[in-house]
Design a protein around this ligand. Structure first.
Ligand code: ADP
Ligand code: ILO
Length: 380
C-alpha cells in the first residue's frame, strides 16, 4: 500500500516513510555507501558475474532506483560486494527487483542460464514422461545418492530481506498446515529450528538433510534476520522427502535417496510438488517462471544432483569442470556449494534451471551424468 499523505509531505524529510511507500528517493547515505562500495569492488579481482556485468554505465543508470518495497541496488548487491569470491554476487531483495534492476539482472541471468535473453520466456510446467527416467548408475558403482530439489516462494510475501518476523512465522504456519495433510510416503513431521538441540541440528546437516547455518553470502544479503524464527524442516520417516522452510527461499522441496535411481527420486519429487501445489499458491512470473531469491534458481528452480565418486576424472579438476560445463553440469563439494570434496565425493548437478522444462532439466542432468560415468569407466 502506498501511503500518499506521507509521500506528499515527507518525500525528502522522512526517508523511512518515503522508503516504505517506494516513492521517495534512495537515501543519500545509501547512495554514498553504494558509490564507495562499488569503487572498492571494482578494485577486486572478483570472478563473479556481478563484477563481469556491473559496468560503471549500468551502475550509474540504476543506482538511484528503488522498488515499492523500498529495496535499493545496495540490497541486491551487498552480498557480492562484501564477498568478492561469490560466483554470482547478486540476490533479488524482493520480487520487483528483477524488473526495476533488470539492467544488471538480465545479463547475469542470460549468462548463468545460457542464452535466456531479455525477451525469452520460460516454458510452462512439463514434468514429462516420468516413468522413462532411469537409474544413472544401475550397478551402483559410482553414485552414492541422488537428490532433486526445487524452490518456491509463497504468493503475497516478499523475499528474505523484506520479511518481518511475523511474516516468517506466517509462512511457517501456512506451510506446516499444508504439509500436515500429506499421506502415504509423503507423510511426516515438522521440526522447527527453534528448540532443536545443536547435536540434532548438526547431525541433520552432516547427513545432508538440513541446510547449514551462518552462510556468509546469505548473511550479507540480509537473508538471516530473526534466525531461527520460522525456520525448520519437515520430513517423512525415511528422510527421502524433505521440505526446508524459510532458509534461502520460503520453501525448498526435496526428494533424496541412496544410490542412482533418479527415476524413483524424480517420481517422488513430482508427486510431492503436485500435492503441495494443490494446497498453497506459489509466486510465478510469465517470463521468469517460479520466482526465487537467487537468480540462479529461477524458472523450474530444479537442481538434480548426484553424490558421485569419479576418482580418475577428479585427478584433474580443471578437466572435470570443463567436462561438466560441456554437459551444462556443475560440480560442487560434498557439503554443497562453496564446500570441498570429502572422501572423493562430488556433488554434480544440472546448472541451468530457466528456459527449459522440468523434464528437460532432468534429462540434461541424466544424460550428463551417464556420460561422465562412461568417461570415468573408460579412463585408465
Ligand atoms: P541446494 O541449493 O541444492 O539446496 P546445497 O549445495 O546447499 O544446495 O546443498 C544442500 C545439501 O544437500 C548439502 O548438505 C548437500 O550435501 C546435500 N546434497 C546435495 N546433493 C546431494 C545428493 N545427491 N545426495 C546427498 N546429499 C546431497
Ligand atoms: N551468492 C552466492 C551463491 C550463489 C548461488 N547459490 C545459491 C545457494 N543461491 C554466490 O554468488 O556465490
Amino acid at each position: 500500500m502506498v501511503c500518499q499523505i506521507i509521500v506528499k509531505m515527507a518525500k525528502a524529510k522522512c526517508h523511512k516513510c518515503a522508503e516504505k511507500c517506494g516513492k521517495g528517493k534512495v537515501p543519500h547515505d545509501v547512495l554514498l555507501k553504494l558509490d564507495r562500495a562499488f569503487k572498492d569492488f571494482q578494485k577486486t579481482d572478483s570472478k563473479s558475474l556481478l563484477k563481469k556485468y556491473l559496468t560503471q554505465e549500468i551502475f550509474d543508470k540504476i543506482k538511484t532506483k528503488k522498488t515499492s518495497f523500498g529495496s535499493t541496488l545496495l540490497d541486491c548487491v551487498q552480498s557480492g560486494f562484501e564477498n568478492p569470491d561469490s560466483g554470482i554476487g547478486i540476490y533479488a531483495a524482493d520480487p520487483e527487483t528483477y524488473t526495476i534492476f533488470e539492467d544488471i539482472f538480465n545479463p547475469i541471468i542470460e549468462d548463468y542460464h545460457v542464452g535466456f535473453k531479455k525477451f525469452s520466456k520460460h516454458p510452462t510446467t512439463d514434468w514429462g514422461s516420468i516413468k522413462d527416467v532411469g537409474n544413472v548408475d544401475p550397478k551402483g558403482e559410482f553414485v552414492v545418492s541422488t537428490r532433486v530439489r526445487c524452490c518456491r516462494s509463497l504468493e503475497g510475501f516478499p523475499f528474505n530481506p523484506c520479511l518481518t518476523q511475523n511474516q516468517y512465522t506466517e509462512i511457517e504456519s501456512k506451510m506446516t498446515n499444508a504439509l500436515s495433510s500429506l499421506k502415504g510416503n509423503l507423510k511426516g513431521n515438522y521440526y522447527p529450528l527453534t528448540g532443536m538441540t545443536k547435536d540434532i541440528q548438526q547431525k541433520l546437516i552432516d547427513d545432508h538433510f538440513l541446510f547449514k547455518e551462518g552462510d556468509r553470502f546469505l548473511q550479507s544479503a540480509n537473508a538471516c534476520r530473526f534466525w531461527p524464527t520460522g525456520r525448520g524442516i519437515f520430513h517423512n520417516e525415511d528422510k527421502t522427502f524433505l521440505v526446508w522452510i524459510n532458509e534461502e527461499d520460503h520453501v525448498r522441496i526435496i526428494s533424496l535417496q541412496k544410490g542412482g535411481d533418479l527415476g524413483q527420486v524424480y517420481q517422488r519429487f513430482v508427486s510431492a510438488v503436485t500435492e503441495i501445489e494443490n494446497k498453497v499458491t506459489f509466486m510465478k512470473n510469465d517470463r521468469l517462471g517460479y520466482l526465487t531469491f537467487c537468480p540462479t534458481n529461477l524458472g523450474t528452480t530444479i537442481r538434480a544432483s548426484v553424490h558421485i565418486k569419479v576418482p580418475k576424472l577428479a585427478k584433474d579438476m580443471a578437466k572435470l569442470n570443463e567436462l561438466a560445463e560441456k554437459y551444462h553440469l556443475q560440480v560442487r563439494g560434498t557439503r554443497g556449494e562453496h564446500s570441498e570434496a570429502e572422501d572423493g565425493i562430488y556433488d554434480i548437478s544440472n546448472k541451468r534451471r530457466l528456459g527449459l522444462t522440468e523434464y528437460e532439466v532432468i534429462k540434461e542432468m541424466y544424460d550428463g551424468i551417464v556420460e561422465i560415468i562412461k568417461l570415468e569407466k573408460g579412463k585408465t
